[in-house]
Design a protein around this ligand. Structure first.
Ligand code: OOB
Length: 549
């Protein structure tokens, strides 16, 4: 297929693109090509399993071609944007490969997204269709999609992945099963084309859509599969919502396919369900966010779990994993821990599987590619001395040069010469590993004294009555900000008081200006769609008058 650039996409400058080709980072292969090749090499190997399906590579390949043909008949075209909101189930893979083959762009929505997120996403992407499911975990996704369609003019089609043909659908919605046609030869996209749009984590206002090309994303998938040592015996359990960049490609489900291994899907990441899935599917690797890792570790430490002996690697990423938790993961689950620090915009760092334990528990790893460029700069953009905290900026063969169709966000988030400003405060150690200190905003500025949320959280986690803790700065007329500690007690019957917390911290020899001004006890932290703790929602809780003591 000839290549015209998607309007609103910022390509790499041609000299950089040429260099990434010369370096063999970008190989000219598309996702469709990879699936075709794997299906030809090992047609009967199992590509995808979930509770209801078990598809070989040949079957997945056939299904994606059949659905691409049907969607083309419906009028879905190259460059069309299609919202995909599906839980972790086999059809997710079928749908995205069908869209990849058509050159249509999945826009990856999370199952937790609702009207407030989906309307702006559909509007900003000018999507023509939504592909979703019926009722899942007692929520009616088809009805949600139908209401989005009524609010966004560009949306013409509503397609539902149903469990059986008896499922009641909204008027005009179509069952995706109607579009599994006899595969026809279709023109396939070019590797330089945008393959899909990802969503930027934690954005507010107009959603920032992240265009990733076949070339750049496949490189990150291939390098991830290499760094994580995947092979045809890999069984990757998609525990986090697969639409997110971490379970999708770090190395995630696409890494598993790259390596000719198996994707196992579980729609529920809690230990009760996920541990059974590990036993049933013989899972070898999975990825978790820290709050989920804590749940798994606590459950495993309590003993009497299903057989987890096939599990070799547990990745923790998406948010800072405190050392206290990191140390428990390996022993509790009988695995090698791998920390993953990444972003949907590109750059992904990993600890390596043979790193010494202090690197694995105390750092967020190093870039996966020797061609990633990193710099740590102060607020004026000057590089800070090695070993000093600063703002991380980066560019490389799989880090975008601009958000989709968003001039303002691009002006804020990229330097004039194309480096992406990650918004993360990091410390680059002499051995090349990064320690992530939080987001640029995760500091409380208390009357000019800066308090790192992460540092204070680490102290609180050492208190036996505290299960988890998050520090938030709240407005104060005198100091500018004061320090509020959200605390989840280890035992709901023992709620640590402000006095207890302050005494504990003072006794550790911590500066007096770092003492929390308030403690708020919560049973659970609010989460983002992918399970990270939502600082924004905690701030809102305070604004709404949460009880402080
Ligand atoms: C991943 O991607 P996003 O786009 O949801 O979020 C990216 C942001 C980073 O800029 C950083 O602030 C934070 O999430 N983050 C971490 C972290 N991993 C991500 N902060 C501290 N420690 C870590 N290990 O979250 C993502 C994408 C690909 C792989 C892994 C995570």
């Amino acid at each position: 297929m000839s290549s015209t650039v998607l309007p609103g996409f910022t390509p790499w400058p041609s000299a950089d693109a040429q260099r990434y080709r010369d370096l063999n980072c970008w190989t000219g292969e598309t996702f469709g090509d990879v699936l075709t090749a794997r299906a030809a090499a090992a047609p009967d190997a199992i590509a995808v399993v979930d509770d209801a399906n078990r598809w070989s590579y040949a079957e997945l390949d056939h299904r994606s071609r059949a659905l691409a043909t049907g969607l083309s008949r419906l009028g879905i075209r190259r460059h069309d944007r299609v919202l995909v909101q599906l839980p972790n189930r086999a059809e997710f893979v079928e749908v995205i490969f069908a869209l990849f083959r058509l050159g249509a762009l999945p826009v990856f929505c999370l199952p937790a997204h609702r009207q407030a997120e989906l309307v702006p996403i559909a509007t900003a992407s000018a999507a023509v269709a939504i592909i979703t499911c019926g009722t899942h975990q007692r929520f009616d996704y088809a009805a949600l999609a139908d209401s989005i369609r009524q609010q966004v003019d560009t949306l013409r089609h509503l397609l539902i992945v149903t469990d059986d043909s008896a499922t009641a659908l909204p008027d005009d919605a179509r069952d995706i099963a109607e579009f599994r046609d006899e595969p026809a030869d279709l023109p396939e996209p070019n590797a330089v084309d945008v393959a899909f749009l990802q969503l930027s984590g934690g954005s507010t206002g107009i959603p920032k859509l992240i265009p990733r090309t076949h070339d750049d994303y496949l490189y990150s998938v291939r390098r991830s599969a290499e760094v994580c040592e995947l092979g045809s015996d890999t069984v990757y359990l998609a525990t986090l919502p697969v639409a997110h960049n971490f379970p999708m490609s770090s190395p995630g489900i696409l890494g598993a396919l790259w390596a000719g291994g198996t994707i196992a899907m579980t729609p529920d990441p809690t230990p009760a369900t996920a541990f059974r899935a590990i036993e049933r599917f013989g899972v070898t690797i999975t990825g978790l966010v820290p709050p989920l890792a804590r749940l798994w570790v606590e459950r495993a430490e309590a003993g009497n779990t299903p057989d987890l002996s096939t599990l070799r690697v547990v990745q923790v990423g998406g948010a800072r994993c405190q050392e206290e938790l990191a140390r428990r993961v390996g022993p509790a689950l009988g695995v090698t821990l791998q920390q993953v620090f990444g972003m949907a915009e590109g750059l992904v760092c990993y600890t390596r599987l043979d790193d010494p334990i202090d690197v694995v528990v105390g750092t967020q790893g190093r870039p996966m590619s020797e061609h990633d460029r990193l710099a740590v700069v102060d607020d004026d953009g000057n590089e800070v001395p090695p070993g000093t905290d600063g703002n991380l900026i980066t560019h490389g063969p799989y880090t975008i040069r601009g958000y989709y169709d968003n001039v303002e966000a691009n002006a804020r988030s990229f330097t004039a010469d194309g480096w992406y400003r990650t918004g993360d405060i990091v410390n680059l150690r002499p051995d090349g590993n990064l320690v992530v200190g939080g987001r640029a905003g995760d500091w409380v500025n208390r009357g000019g004294e800066k308090v790192s949320a992460e540092e204070l959280e680490a102290h609180l986690l050492d208190h036996p009555d505290i299960r988890d803790a998050v520090i938030i700065g709240t407005p104060d007329p005198v100091l500018g900000q004061r320090i509020c500690a959200f605390v989840q007690p280890a035992d709901p019957a023992h709620r640590p008081s402000l006095m207890t917390v302050r005494t504990f911290i003072r006794e550790r020899g911590v500066a007096a200006w770092k003492m929390p001004d308030a403690v708020v006890i919560v049973d659970q932290f609010p989460e983002t769609g992918v399970g990270k703790t939502s600082r924004r929602d905690l701030r809102q809780l305070l604004a709404d008058g949460a009880h402080q003591n």
